[in-house]
Ligand binder design. Structure first.
Ligand code: PBG
Length: 322
């Protein structure tokens, strides 16, 4: 036989030479939850290995993340008090704003990305302002813009709106620019699906909707073309990076988006995806290291330039030891 594909699989050195996708610690963003208090490092039952940190503990965690070579952290805040419109989300002294300042004061060269949304801050748990049982788009946009400006004011490098309101990227870009934050980037959760894979996160962030669901704003898992529409709108409105979320059940969407746009594409390997791997690993049913590296490599192969993952710290260690 003249052509034998197995020839190039003979040795590890050869396989390494022809490898098409190389996973790197540079690809990772580590998501973290920040809570009020001091010295808090509370484990999250459905996300083994993940914790809720008070600001002081988060700074130590951020140093560890930086030490592992992970370039960025994504912050989610759980506030002291919740109300109808999520006031603490845009307070200059809010939990995330203080966390950003603390990390920026104590950790050099770690990119700080902030989640911009209302669901952790509203008493009803929806990602926007609710009137007569409905999430009101345009009013929510204004609050999101205020949140983004307050995060930028605290020193966030990138703001990441995850609410899925229409037109919010434009509102955020305009508000950032008119407040002097031209260099604060926007990573938009552009194609974010109404997914059951967010279950563990909602427990961790106390952000489950108290009535109804998120289907009137997050996308229908059955739709692919619509993801391209969302991405096009966000890029036109000024998104610097677009995101597909979740990742694993949406690899086709990652590839479509990668091929359709020239901005960096991020993929969020979400809490439910993490929990499934962890649960199976704890049962001894799978080889965690191999599964995690295979999953993350596949997300990258599908077209993601940036991978947000709770596995980032473990994966960084495993990659360093190879
Ligand atoms: C908040 C938000 C969610 C996630 C990120 N930002 C949950 C949701 O939309 O209900 C999910 C992250 C994960 O599951 O890891 N809007």
């Amino acid at each position: 036989m003249r052509i034998r594909p197995r020839r190039l699989r003979t040795t590890e050195t050869l396989r390494l030479m022809v490898r098409e996708t190389r996973l790197s610690v540079d690809d990772f963003v580590y998501p973290a939850f920040v809570v009020p208090g001091k010295g808090v490092r509370e484990s999250i039952p459905s996300m083994p290995g993940c914790f809720r940190f008070s600001i002081d503990s988060l700074v130590a965690e951020a140093k560890e993340i930086k030490g592992l070579g992970i370039p960025a952290i994504l912050l989610f805040g759980i506030p002291e008090t919740k109300d109808e419109i999520g006031t603490e989300a845009f307070s200059p002294d809010g939990i995330v704003q203080r966390a950003v300042k603390a990390i920026k004061a104590h950790v050099d060269n770690l990119l700080v990305i902030t989640d911009v949304c209302l669901c952790e801050y509203t008493s009803h748990g929806h990602c926007g302002v609710v009137r007569d049982g409905k999430v009101i788009n345009d009013l929510t946009r204004e609050l999101l813009a205020k949140i983004a400006v307050s995060h930028a004011g605290a020193g966030a490098d990138i703001v990441a709106p995850s609410d899925m309101m229409d037109g919010r990227v434009a509102a955020i870009r305009d508000a950032l620019d008119s407040s002097g934050f031209q260099d604060t980037a926007i990573m938009s959760y552009s194609a974010k699906y109404a997914s059951a894979f967010y279950g563990p996160f909602r427990e961790a962030a106390e952000s489950a909707p108290q009535f109804g669901d998120r289907k009137s704003y997050q996308m229908d898992p059955a739709n692919a073309r619509e993801a391209l529409k969302e991405v096009r709108l966000d890029v036109d409105e000024g998104a610097d990076i677009v995101m597909v979320k979740p990742a694993l059940a949406y690899m086709d969407i990652i590839r479509l988006v990668r091929d359709a746009t020239d901005v960096p594409v991020a993929a969020y390997n979400v809490s439910g995806e993490y929990a499934m791997v962890k649960a199976a690993a704890q049962n001894g049913w799978i080889d965690e290291e191999r599964i995690v590296l295979e999953v993350l490599t596949s997300i990258k192969r599908a077209g993601a330039d940036i991978i947000l993952t709770y596995h980032a710290k473990d994966a960084a260690r495993w990659l360093a030891s190879r």
